[in-house]
Design a protein around this ligand. Structure first.
Ligand code: C2E
Ligand code: CA
Ligand code: CA
Ligand code: CA
Length: 279
């Protein structure tokens, strides 16, 4: 029995080691990627449902891995968050997106918002606002074109500090969106205290409309909530015309999703979306 126990323990330990090793490899790989500039920012269109006009773009990170090819953020954002690498990753993405939007400004395009994701860990940095200000100054990006997306749960933790940081970002002219809205637990009264501009309706609810009654009710409730708080709205993950039509009929004016285009490299975004923007 003792032998089996020991064997069992060894097997378990080996298993743990394999997992830890895999994580460590990913962590080191990611560290190298950050140093070598292997991360690239893709852009996904955000459009007005009434006329299909472009209103903005969400910046979404991709990893051009030398051996694995294009790696999706789901495969490395969680490890980046756990190890703290997300802070420098997030800054690289913000800097790249601000450079890009400064270029678009200089080309004389009508205003569009470029939305950048802020991770909970980034959001908890005491000097976040100064870092954002420094990147705006360095790249020459107009803060009026920049939107930062934070998740509901990140915003609800340490509410008092959060409200202060959000307020200062907004004073700089940056706008703020709550990402994946509906997946957290914010109440109307809680939300009212947050100086935000927009709610992004989570894709999990959009997926079910118009057929699923629960999802349709949730989407309608979020739209009513945004309206009563005077917040802008964007529906995420719109894939079908039926979803688009439902959202528009309910009063959600802006959306993002495969129906309008996937996230693509900047050059493809310019060709597919910006060529017609304001032309
Ligand atoms: P998210 O912020 O909710 O971004 C939306 C995700 O939905 C993106 O996945 C996008 O490609 C995908 N998507 C858009 N339209 C559709 C659609 O019609 N159908 C479906 N099925 N999916 C759609 P992606 O690019 O793989 O990113 C996944 C998540 O990784 C993001 O979710 C975000 O949480 C995180 N992420 C991506 N880039 C960054 C970043 O720069 N910083 C941080 N902190 N997180 C990031
Ligand atoms: Ca997002
Ligand atoms: Ca503004
Ligand atoms: Ca989202």
């Amino acid at each position: 029995a003792k032998e089996a126990g020991r064997g069992g323990f060894c097997f378990f330990a080996a298993d743990m080691n394999a997992q830890a090793l895999q994580r460590l490899t990913l962590e080191n790989d990611l560290r190298r990627a950050l140093e070598n500039g292997e991360l690239e920012v893709f852009y996904q269109a955000q459009v007005a449902l009434a006329d299909g006009r472009l209103t903005g773009a969400e910046a979404l990170v991709r990893w051009r891995h030398p051996e694995k090819g294009l790696v999706s953020p789901a495969a490395f954002i969680p490890v980046a968050e756990e190890t703290g690498l997300i802070v420098s990753l997030g800054e690289q993405v913000l800097r790249a997106a601000c450079r890009q939007l400064a270029t678009w400004q200089r080309q004389g395009l009508p205003r569009l918002t470029v939305a950048v994701n802020l991770s909970p860990r980034q959001f908890r940095q005491p000097d976040l606002v100064d870092r954002v200000a420094a990147i705006l100054a360095e790249t020459g990006a107009d803060p009026d074109w920049l939107e930062l997306e934070i998740t509901e749960s990140a915003a609800m933790q340490h509410a008092e500090e959060t409200i202060g940081a959000l307020r200062r970002l907004r004073e700089m002219g940056v706008s703020l969106a709550i990402d994946d809205f509906g997946t957290g637990y914010s109440s109307l009264s809680y939300l009212k205290r947050f100086p935000i501009d927009k709610l992004k309706i989570d894709r999990s609810f959009v997926q079910g409309v118009p057929g699923n009654g629960d999802d349709a009710a949730i989407v309608q409730a979020i739209i009513a909530m945004a309206r009563s708080l005077g917040l802008a709205l964007l529906a995420e993950g719109v894939e079908s015309e039926a979803q688009r039509d439902f959202l528009q009929a309910q009063g959600c004016a802006v959306a993002q999703g495969w129906l309008f285009g996937q996230a693509v490299p900047a050059a493809a975004f310019e060709r597919d979306h910006l060529a017609r923007h304001g032309a």
